[in-house]
Design a protein around this ligand. Structure first.
Ligand code: ADP
Ligand code: MG
Length: 642
């Protein structure tokens, strides 16, 4: 039975809210927690051209936030306006929104903060004899009164959210709030190295950096000087190409793969000095690190991007934490390219350190690879050997076919400049200094340990290499290369390889239709729960990979990970990467495979010639270095001269 409905109540009248309530509502967007107030106050000091900014916090800023600066100050008659909504000295009209070069411009921060706290504002300009002070609480603002004080501004914010208990309830412990405040100060200090910052919490100094630092010094001062070896420099000067509005320049530091984190928290991104969160840049960074870090992790980075203010809209988010680029594709490609180049130029082999913070690694600055291992190539014709080993890396090139290595070695030895030394015993350091090009095969000596790891040396120490991971990376790069050149051969099987799968798996075939076509795999349902594979990539076939099993594995993953649902090209790329990696993994030598000496040499050679050889396609390292410095330390050789 339906209850008789009562007549609806008459509508409540529409009213314009009192200004304080309106300001408190607006404050909800701008001031989420103490850290947001800290950020706004520091930004005001930066806009006032301060050279030193001091921040004091009590209880993580919940009880008190005090920010002092030596900027240009506010005249006595401007003090009340400063805390009035929509009052700003930074823009005059809508046209200025097109080109914002100050951090603030909305004229909302001080009004919002004073709507939800007790504010006192003291300021003096360079032409005033004395400072003036006003106090604001809720809707009331006291008239300015003279007060002694230096040129600049001192603003105190007490009892945040005292009149909005619902908000106050959402604050966390003072330690958590202090953490957020410290993050905000760190970001502003990173992007303004010419300004000195001091942050004290409950009387204790949390962070202090002097004025007039350069961006690199500032970043290391904040990240910790011991991090120097863990970061690489990136820069891009002018990437303006025809058709693009304005130039984009970039400077920054990127963390070595080991610094990658499960969240993007270690990414400090700035556009024109403004800290932002931005998916385009996060994506570009992650893409550039693809294969060097695990897919679920995010690289650590400090990136300062500068561009024409008219090419970026900063007025899209109440706290200005997000921006909109006029050409986000350009920003993506600048970041991607610069980061990729820095990674390519660096030696990314991680070093082993036992405790302590010893760091012998001096790759800060993305210098080119320091002295790569001697090529297993005769000095007389290095290119031939490089090419030779490249071929070995390529699918179908034979799994380190000993015979062909030997033939190449012999051919090299037969060359006129050769001395005819035995190839695997030759030691380049023993070569007679008088002969100009005598070294027949300066093979680095290598030891296979437990049929899984290779141990060798380079000019920095001892290298330990995971044979499967390295070969997998090499196979992966070669496969990708072949695919890009359209040279991934496939062959028809005389008899289809048949595999039984759960019936629902058959549907996954559609998800991989295009992918299989690209890779030269032809697979069709054969009955309700089996699949027949009719064509398969030649090199997988040559490696004895079971075609049916491989297709079943791919389909299982396609189903579990819902391949093909993502409409964008980035999703397709990620899937392709995954399948190429599955192929590389199946084709590579495994842990436990015993390798002949020539195979070991060939594998080592790959390390030098394959891109991103420091990590397998999943992002795990292929090699680890134990530096001479570390060994000397461990054996106490710093104490004993010889
Ligand atoms: P906005 O920064 O968006 O202009 P705010 O509410 O943060 O808005 O500040 C209002 C105005 O008060 C600013 O435009 C500026 O003129 C003045 N002001 C605020 N803080 C300072 C400061 N530390 N030094 C000098 N002027 C300031
Ligand atoms: Mg402001």
């Amino acid at each position: 039975m339906v209850a008789p409905t009562a007549a609806p109540a008459p509508p409540r009248p529409i009213r314009v809210l009192p200004p304080l309530v309106a300001a408190q509502i607006a404050a909800g967007e701008v001031v989420e927690r103490p850290a947001s107030a800290v950020k706004e106050l520091i930004e005001n000091a930066i806009d006032a051209r301060a050279s030193r900014i001091t921040i004091d916090l009590d209880q993580g800023g919940i009880e008190l936030i005090r920010v002092a600066d030596d900027g240009h100050g506010i005249a006595a008659d401007g003090l009340a306006l400063a805390v009035t909504p929509h009052a700003t000295s930074k823009i005059d009209g809508a046209a200025d929104l097109e080109r914002i070069s100050t951090l603030g411009f909305r004229g909302e921060a001080l009004a919002s903060i004073s709507a939800v706290s007790r504010v006192s504002l003291r300021s003096r300009t360079s032409t005033d004899d004395t400072a003036h002070l006003i106090e604001a609480e809720g809707a009331s603002i006291s008239p300015p009164r003279p007060e002694p004080g230096p040129v600049g501004t001192l603003i105190s914010v007490r009892n945040l959210f005292f009149n909005t208990p619902a908000r106050r309830k959402f604050l966390r412990t003072s330690a958590t709030e202090l953490g957020h405040c410290t993050d905000a100060v760190t970001d502003l200090a990173l992007s303004h190295p010419h300004i000195g910052f001091a942050l004290r919490a409950d009387g204790r100094t949390v962070l202090e950096v002097p004025p007039d630092q350069d961006p690199g010094e500032r970043a290391l001062a904040l990240l910790g000087p011991e991090m120097e070896s863990q970061y690489l420099r990136v820069s891009a000067d002018r990437f303006d190409s025809p058709g693009h509005a304005g130039a984009v320049t970039l400077w920054g530091l990127i963390g070595r793969p080991a610094l990658a984190r499960p969240t993007t928290k270690a990414q400090h991104l700035f556009i024109n000095g403004r800290a932002i969160r931005d998916r385009t840049i996060q994506h570009a960074l992650k893409e550039a690190f693809r294969g060097l870090i695990e897919p679920s992790r995010h690289p650590a980075a400090v990136l300062m991007i500068e561009m024409d203010p008219s090419a970026v809209d900063v007025n899209v988010h109440p706290t200005k934490a997000e921006v909109r680029f006029r050409d986000s594709g350009l920003v993506h490609s600048v970041v991607h390219r610069a980061v990729q180049e820095a990674l390519r130029a660096a030696d990314l082999t991680p070093s082993i350190h036992w405790g302590g913070n010893a760091s012998s690694d001096s790759s800060f600055g993305a210098e080119p690879k320091p002295g790569a291992m001697p090529l297993p190539s005769p000095a007389a014709d290095p290119q031939r050997f490089v090419d030779y080993f490249r071929r070995l890396a390529s699918p179908g090139g034979g799994k380190f076919d000993y015979g062909s290595v030997r033939a190449a070695v012999d051919a090299a030895q037969a060359a006129p400049a050769s001395t005819g030394d035995a190839p695997h015993t030759a030691d380049p350091s023993q070569a007679a200094p008088t002969s100009p090009l005598p070294v027949p095969l300066p093979a680095p000596r290598v030891l296979q340990v437990h049929n899984s790891f290779l141990v060798t040396q380079d000019d920095q120490g001892v290298l330990i290499i995971d044979q499967h991971a390295l070969h997998e990376r090499a196979m992966f790069e070669a496969l990708r290369d072949r695919l890009a050149r359209g040279e991934l051969e496939s062959q028809r099987l005389l008899m289809p390889a048949v595999v039984t799968v759960p019936p629902q798996r058959l549907e996954a075939l559609q998800r991989v239709e295009n992918l299989f076509a690209r890779l030269g795999i032809a697979a069709e349902p054969m009955g309700p729960s089996s699949i027949g594979v009719h064509a398969f990539p030649t090199f997988l076939f040559d490696r004895g990979v079971d075609a049916g099993r491989f297709v079943a594995d791919v389909l299982e993953r396609a189903e579990a990970e819902k391949w093909g649902d993502s409409p964008d090209a980035a999703g397709d790329e990620a899937v392709l990467h995954e399948v190429l990696d599955m192929m590389a993994c199946k084709a590579a030598v495994r842990a436990g495979d015993s390798l002949a000496p020539a195979e070991l040499d060939a594998l080592l050679a790959l390390r030098e010639h394959v891109e991103r050889s420091s990590n397998c396609p999943h992002g795990r390292p292929t090699s680890i270095r134990l530096s001479i410095h570390e060994l000397n330390k461990r054996f106490g050789r710093t104490l004993c001269a010889s």
